[in-house]
Design a protein around this ligand. Structure first.
Ligand code: NAD
Length: 548
């Protein structure tokens, strides 16, 4: 396989910028600096693919290169299956990935169909060609801790100590996200190699050689209101109860060990190197021991909560596993979405992201300045943009992510389009988002856990979101199943819109970047959230059931 890398610069390889953008972002998802296993077309998240197989990939590239500006290509689970005459406001690409009929929506059936070559797992942004590397998880984690700071600690984590575990692929973002919010962080991982890797990438400041040293360093940083992250090797099911018993002054507790899979959580008394072999040979015994360990781990988290700490489940199902392990009070603390993210969703806030098709990092620096100029009153946003500029290494095409709400995303998009038009940016900007967003996902274990009206599993909303974005002028639109939490557990939609500096692009951007977060505002109004109703009223979002 030749290495895949998106073209840079202003020379078109397709007929116009929207098609060129889709072409470059598909290639960018498979750039070896971006993708986990480009040789298998896998971008991230286990088996999240950009295309179904190599013949499909080549057909996608061929078709995008010749697609006219009044044509639309249909993609069925990573394979281009048709091109139709539409019109210039229509998306150039419509994508449906991994969708199955309800009763068939489970992993064994999905795997069977995948083996037959009939489908692929698209995750969220793998199969919809807008993954930008680990900046996405870092920013999401930063945003969560910023919301914790806002809710409990006066808007900053300075002077607080966060205790967490799991310093792996996603969990490794936690120490940097805490220090970016000004706090001290103590992170436990059973595998010292995971901690060392995060020190090498500057996501973790230091690793202490003993628990005593780790506690001393972290508590001193808290006392002196210094941002510092300290790693310590050990099993969380042992160390979290030990730190509780010692009375360490912890303010925030969460966890991102791989608890969602009881064969991946290392039980007490097992060395990390021995765990995979043991799990493979005796899966039932291993599961029982892992769940019993998680019960001890979660019982200590509840102990910290009882002592006054802010405690939350960070989307890894540790509460459910601890309950299965015999700890009846496991759901004493909330999941992170109902606790911190839903109030943001009520304002139409979510993970807005963009990439510079020029390939020039200076273009992202220019857009960073534009964001700081547009939203000077938003301190948390400004802190993120400044620190991201200093600390985030680009993977593939230079890109940026930040959370913006209803009434903000369209302003940012229009500004980027002006900067393309007046030559301040060297090439067009592609603007998209994660499917984990305010109006675009139904996922009862995560984004729609514990909705106020009990509508957690209603999946009409992401479908309406996708149709609305199609009707509003997005450049490509996708509907996926199973991303984030697995087959049978979520339905979600994505949109990407290209700012190429034209007047037509400005009109499309204005509509898409208003309506897309608007669908999140109405979803939360419908579920009965007061804050969403205020936002809708302030901005004049029409809700027929509230009109007389
Ligand atoms: P990963 O497999 O890369 O890392 C898990 C880490 O946990 C490993 O470093 C492992 O050594 C460590 N670990 C396992 N058992 C342990 C124990 N008993 N004590 C201490 N450390 C232990 O996984 P990841 O990609 O970092 O994801 C972590 C979890 O977070 C998953 O369950 C994932 O589903 C969840 N997650 C949630 C969100 C979200 O939206 N909130 C996002 C990403 C990941």
């Amino acid at each position: 396989m030749n290495t895949i890398r998106a073209p840079r610069g202003t020379t078109l390889t397709a007929r116009a910028w929207p098609q060129e953008a889709a072409l470059r972002m598909l290639q960018n998802n498979l750039d070896p600096d971006v993708a986990e296993r480009p040789e298998d077309l896998v971008v991230y998240g286990g088996t999240g693919r950009a295309a179904r197989d190599w013949p499909s990939y080549h057909a996608l590239i061929r078709t995008l290169s010749t697609l006219e500006s009044d044509e639309t290509m249909l993609v069925q689970s990573g394979r281009p299956v048709g091109v139709f005459r539409t019109h210039e406001w229509a998306p150039r690409v419509l994508i449906a990935n991994s969708n199955l009929v309800g009763d068939w929506a489970n992993w064994p059936e999905f795997r069977r169909l995948e083996k037959l070559g009939l489908t692929m797992y698209g995750q969220m942004t793998a199969g919809s060609w807008i993954y930008i590397g680990t900046q996405g998880i870092l920013q999401g984690t930063y945003e969560t801790f910023a919301a914790v700071a806002e809710k409990r600690f006066g808007g900053t984590l300075a002077g607080t100590l966060t205790l967490t575990a799991g310093c792996g692929g996603m969990g490794g973002a936690q120490p940097l996200a805490v220090t970016m919010n000004g706090g001290a962080c103590l992170i436990i991982d059973v595998d010292p190699a995971r901690l060392a890797r995060r020190v090498a990438t500057r996501y973790l400041d230091t690793v202490a050689s003993t628990v005593d040293d780790a506690v001393a360093l972290a508590v001193a940083a808290k006392r002196e209101r210094r941002a510092l992250s300290v790693g310590v090797a050990g099993n969380a099911a042992v160390l979290v109860p030990e730190l509780l018993a010692r009375g360490v002054p912890v303010d925030i507790v969460t966890d991102q060990t791989s608890a969602h899979d009881p064969l991946a959580y290392v039980p007490i008394g097992i060395e990390p190197d021995d765990a995979p072999d043991y799990a493979a040979k005796k899966p039932e015994e291993f599961t029982d021991r892992a769940r019993a360990s998680m019960a001890a781990h979660v019982a200590a988290m509840v102990g910290f909560q009882n002592a006054g700490a802010e405690v939350f489940d960070y989307g890894n199902s540790i509460r459910g596993e601890a309950l299965a392990g015999g700890f009846g009070d496991a759901f004493a603390f909330p999941g992170f979405v109902p606790a911190y993210i839903r109030p943001l969703f009520c304002e139409g806030k979510g993970p807005f992201r963009w990439a510079a098709l020029s390939g020039d990092p200076a273009d992202i620096a220019t857009t960073d300045r534009a964001i700081l100029d547009l939203f000077p009153e938003n301190e948390s946003l400004a802190r993120w943009i400044r620190m991201a500029g200093e600390r985030v290494a680009f993977q593939g095409l230079p890109a940026r992510i930040c959370w913006l709400g209803y009434g903000e995303r369209d302003r940012a998009g229009l500004r980027f389009n002006e900067l393309v038009a007046d030559g301040s940016l060297k090439a067009p900007i592609v603007i998209g988002r994660d499917h984990l967003d305010t109006g675009s996902v139904a996922s009862p274990y995560r984004e729609t856990e514990a909705m106020a009206d009990g509508s957690d599993a209603i999946a009409d909303w992401p479908l309406l979101n996708a149709m609305l974005n199609t009707a509003s002028g997005a450049s490509w639109v996708s509907i996926h199943h199973g991303g984030g939490v697995g087959i049978g557990r979520s339905i979600h939609a994505g949109q990407v819109t290209v700012a190429d500096g034209t007047e037509l692009a400005a009109q499309k951007i204005e509509r898409v970047l208003t309506n897309d977060p608007g669908s999140g505002v109405i979803r939360h109004v419908d579920a009965g959230y007061e804050r969403a109703t205020e936002v809708a009223e302030t901005h004049g979002v029409r809700i027929p059931m509230r009109e007389s």
